[in-house]
Design a protein around this ligand. Structure first.
Ligand SMILES: N[C@@H](CCC(=O)N[C@@H](CS)C(=O)NCC(=O)O)C(=O)O
Length: 217
């Protein structure tokens, strides 16, 4: 019997946690969730034992520990589901490329519009640097959806890319960001997934005692 535990931090603020959790859900992994507060010194010490980088998400599956979101996605695809990346080699390379952009980029968006599922900022003024990230994301979504036919970025099943961009869908809603029709429809598709509804309901139950963060954590 497989034993899997995903370590996360906040469901309301933890964009990387959401990505890792969605990957496990998309792959059909039977797993339990362990929540740690990475700002608490004791929890950080404990997390260091669990994850060599301090960072979450961190997946323990049987005797293996994986502590990077893309690595978790690749591992689940190879060992469990075969569904997290497209079969077609060109689409697979494209999926890895747009997922890699999230991993290494969009710093302005992260710092100016941190994920905060519970918050709403009507009329939020997006500065030019963050808007450039949003424009790039919209271009990626438009290109993927035009090539695949949707409703997900690479067709009719969810891939690593949909998990990577899911926090950005919540950001666009929280910060009242206007996009074109294709992107708006994609955001609605992602927010309507049962998994995201489950995550959002749990985020709403988190205490509100964390001050607004200045960057994604
Ligand atoms: N690129 C990493 C990013 C992970 C990351 O930044 N995790 C944040 C939480 S969302 C974290 O653990 N921050 C806690 C800390 O730095 O102490 C990944 O793919 O997993």
């Amino acid at each position: 019997m497989s034993q899997a535990t995903l370590t996360i931090n906040s469901r309301n603020y933890g964009a990387w946690s959401l990505r890792g959790w969605l990957l496990c859900k998309f792959a059909g992994l039977d797993f339990t969730v362990e929540v740690v507060d990475s700002n608490d010194p004791d929890a950080r010490a404990e997390l260091l034992l669990l994850s060599p980088s301090f960072l979450v998400p961190r997946l323990r599956h049987n005797d293996l520990v994986i502590w990077d979101t893309l690595a978790i996605g690749e591992y689940l695809h190879e060992s469990l589901s075969r569904s997290l990346l497209p079969d077609d080699p060109k689409a697979k390379a494209f999926c890895r490329s747009v997922s890699g952009e999230v991993h290494s980029g969009f710093a302005n968006l992260r710092s100016a519009l941190p994920m905060n599922i519970k918050s709403r900022h009507p009329g939020f003024a997006v500065w030019a640097g963050a808007q450039a990230d949003i424009d790039r994301i919209e271009t990626i979504w438009n290109d993927c959806l035009a090539a695949s036919g949707g409703p997900f970025l690479f067709g009719d099943h969810r891939t690593v890319a949909d998990a990577m961009y899911a926090p950005d869908c919540t950001r666009l809603v929280s910060y009242d960001v206007k996009t074109g029709a294709v992107a708006s429809e994609y955001v609605e598709t992602i927010l309507a997934m049962p998994e995201l509804i489950e995550w959002t309901a749990a985020a709403r139950l988190e205490p509100d005692d964390v001050e607004e963060l200045e960057m994604e954590f």
